[in-house]
Design a protein around this ligand. Structure first.
Ligand SMILES: [Zn+2]
Length: 408
């Protein structure tokens, strides 16, 4: 299976200059041959050979380099890759109804690819013309699984340099059997990011809130700056960086949470989120957007695949928060503001989200036929995620509610 990871590069001054040369030269070659291919097509319309192929342009490239010797300063294979990209764009145009290839612009389409001779040495990534390596930082978990690098693509975004590493990973492990014993229900929420049926509460990280606040402040500042002014441009660049940081920190958070859950449990049960439906409630809309449930779910599905685990989705309209997780009584008048669930029928008092998570687990197990609806599944005491990731173990509002599960 081919997958990719993106790392941030920290080039020194000389490396920056050489990177810029690569962006410029690959862009030049791309645009030059884009025009050439169009010219050729117009001149040879209806002829037996009406368009230039990748190989044609590759041959012509040799002549172009003699004409513009500065093209020799960059990795020859990156120039060829530029021709490949152009060829793909034309193929998409001719065969898949894509738009006609457009000219690459400086500052907007800054990228180049390296197809061979890439090595990672410690915290440096080495490739032709950059033998001493460029310092980088990225997800250690992802980096650890890299064995066979297929290609790298260097990009520039808001003044910073990045490298996408495309590599081969080992085949996925076989799925663990669905199991009731080693299963968990997850309630995604607004107050807390997630609550697990084993009693683990995962708070929304404060550092994300902090970055969000900073972004809001900068947006207000930006609206006051004069249009087209230097200060406005500077601030906008800063803002872009902050957005990127927010995206990365959030992704990192999702990464850690989903990995911990996927490693710990064989069967993971989650609500099929209809985010749009939930968005209709104005007050919670923002938090839901922020919590990016959807992005988290994608991550969780991916991790489950990676570790050979199962994800079961249950319908969102099943009343997971209104049912009593001990006796099954339906509490119709439960309000969104009620943080504690109190059952009038059996007297259970329990954290609202934990009650929902336990119900989600049960509904999932019933759905896949691991338990019959009339029986409560056997709850094994679990160690939760403690030790895997430093989450707070939630104290139950009323001691003994988990034993109540076991009696079933
Ligand atoms: Zn009850």
């Amino acid at each position: 299976m081919i997958t990719a990871t993106k790392v941030k590069l920290y080039p020194n001054q000389a490396q920056r200059v050489l990177l810029e040369k690569h962006f410029g030269s690959t862009r030049f070659v791309y645009n030059y041959f884009l025009a050439k291919r169009d010219e050729y097509y117009i001149a040879h319309k209806g002829a037996k050979k009406s368009s230039l192929s990748y190989f044609d342009t590759n041959k012509l490239l040799t002549g172009l380099k003699k004409q513009y010797p500065w093209l020799y300063e960059v990795n020859a294979q990156s120039l060829q890759m530029s021709l490949r990209f152009l060829d793909n764009a034309f193929k998409e145009f001719f065969h898949n109804n894509a738009d006609h290839p457009r000219f690459r612009k400086k500052g907007k389409d800054d990228y180049f690819a390296i197809p061979q001779y890439v090595k990672i040495k410690g915290n440096r990534i080495c490739f032709p013309k950059f033998k001493e390596g460029i310092r980088f930082r990225g997800s250690e978990e992802k980096l650890s699984e890299i064995k066979d690098i297929r290609q790298i693509v260097i990009t520039k975004d808001a003044g910073d340099y990045f490298c996408s590493i495309i590599y081969e990973v080992e085949e996925k492990p076989e799925k663990a059997p669905l199991s009731a014993e080693n299963s968990v229900g997850i309630d995604l929420g607004i107050e807390k990011f997630a609550t697990l049926s084993d009693g683990t509460a995962i708070e929304n990280p404060h550092f994300i809130e902090k970055v969000e606040e900073r972004i809001k402040r900068m947006q207000r500042q930006l609206s006051k700056k004069k249009k087209g002014s230097k200060n406005r441009r500077k601030l906008r660049l800063k803002l872009q960086r902050k957005y990127r940081k927010l995206r990365y920190t959030r992704e990192d958070f999702f990464d850690k949470v989903s990995t911990a859950i996927a490693k710990r449990y064989d069967t993971i049960i989650i609500e099929d989120l209809n985010v749009r439906g939930m968005m209709q409630n104005h007050h919670i809309a923002k938090s839901i957007g922020d919590a990016s449930f959807y992005a988290f779910k994608q991550k969780l599905l991916w991790k489950a695949d990676k570790y050979g685990k199962n994800v079961v989705e249950i319908g969102r309209f099943e009343p997971s928060s209104k049912l009593c997780s001990r006796c099954g009584h339906l509490k119709r008048d439960l309000k969104l503001s009620d943080r504690v669930y109190h059952c009038d029928a059996c007297g259970l008092t329990i954290d609202r989200d934990l009650n929902a998570a336990i119900n989600i687990r049960k509904m999932g197990l019933i759905k896949v036929g691991l338990v019959r609806p009339e029986f409560t599944p056997v709850e094994k005491a679990t160690s939760g995620l403690l030790g895997l990731y430093p989450y707070r173990q939630m104290s139950l509002v009323e001691a003994g509610s988990s034993e109540a599960q076991a009696e079933g």
